[in-house]
Design a protein around this ligand. Structure first.
Ligand code: PEP
Ligand code: MN
Length: 316
């Protein structure tokens, strides 16, 4: 195969081995490959995303962080405040969401705000507080990187989040491709599913294949909710890619009272988990208070989801 300008990605499954070729595949003689006894099937993957394509990797990818799995029958819930505000706020919320069954703590230290005058996050001090809360609770942490210059401070972060506004920051995506650490890639608010998969492909092309996709609502003509949760994106993406997909009902709805209903819908359509905003005092939250669940409302939602999960044969 070396005479061709292609890279081979072998994926060894239980029954078959898939050899994914990426590169100058036009020069490869498909008929010759087909005629080989050892080859069962040769398909040309038409879509521009290759490594993210289910045709390349028929089995679901499972992202594992500290013995917690995302995918494979696990419905993993990431919960926490929109922004890290103080040690007291963060550890209080972390303990509460953990007691209700959250598997990961989320919280923004670097915040992409529409207004330059709005609270921009605590920055590196926020990251320190997240790491403290992780040590205290044992919950792995998920937080957003906005810019390459911040990345060196993310060593102790378990899952690095790429926000909707950065989904097509290709320089950032390429750099994240060099890491060997899970990336939570949120769908841009005006991005098609294909664009989301191409963004994942950017990271995967660099060799980092631990990606969790996140549907967080898209912009439509409907102003009643902050965004419109594209619930059909979950079954559609599940056919197109092997990567796990979670739903963020908080940014989709923008309304705390709608979060539980959308979370149940996410579980029913086959999502692998959720990312939910929780605040101890939503009215005083420095960011996104309208969509934050109180710890009590989160606890109620989790007990409902545990009931629903049984129907879907999933563990929370
Ligand atoms: C967030 O998760 O805090 C966030 C900013 O979300 P999004 O990028 O989806 O708007
Ligand atoms: Mn938010």
């Amino acid at each position: 195969m070396s005479k061709y300008d292609v890279k081979i990605n072998p994926i060894v499954g239980t029954e078959t081995t898939v050899l994914g070729l990426v590169g100058e595949t036009q020069s490869v003689d498909i008929h010759k490959l087909r005629s080989m006894d050892i080859v069962e099937k040769v398909i040309r993957v038409q879509e521009p995303y290759k490594k993210a394509n289910r045709a390349f990797h028929p089995q679901d990818t499972i992202v594992e962080v500290q013995n917690r799995k995302i995918g494979e029958g696990h419905f993993s819930v990431m919960a926490g405040p929109c922004s890290v505000e103080s040690e007291e706020q963060l550890t209080g919320i972390a303990k509460a969401v953990q007691a209700s069954g959250a598997a990961f703590l989320r919280g923004g230290a670097f915040k992409p705000r529409t207004s330059p005058y709005a609270f921009q996050g605590l920055g590196p001090a926020g990251l320190e507080l997240l790491i403290k809360a992780k040590i205290e609770t044992g919950l792995p942490i998920v937080t957003e990187v906005m810019d390459l210059s911040q990345l060196s401070a993310f060593d102790d972060v378990d899952i690095i989040q790429v926000g909707a506004r950065n989904m097509q920051n290709f320089t950032l995506l390429k750099e994240l491709g060099r890491l060997r650490k899970p990336i939570l890639l949120k769908r841009g608010m005006s991005a098609t599913m294909r664009e989301l998969l191409m963004a994942a492909e950017y990271i995967m092309a660099g060799g980092n294949e631990q990606i969790i996709l996140c549907e967080r609502g898209i912009r439509t003509f409907e102003p009643a909710t902050r965004n419109t949760l594209d619930i059909s994106a979950i079954p559609v993406l599940k056919r197109q890619t092997h990567l796990p997909i979670i739903v963020d009902p908080s940014h989709a709805a923008g309304l705390s009272w709608a979060v539980e209903a959308l979370s149940k819908a996410a579980l029913a359509v086959g999502a692998d988990g959720l990312m939910v905003e929780v605040h101890n005092d939503p009215q005083k939250a420095l960011c996104d208070g309208d969509q934050a669940l109180t710890p009590e409302a989160f606890d109620h939602m989790m007990s409902e989801l545990k009931r629903y999960a049984k129907l879907e044969n999933k563990n929370i």
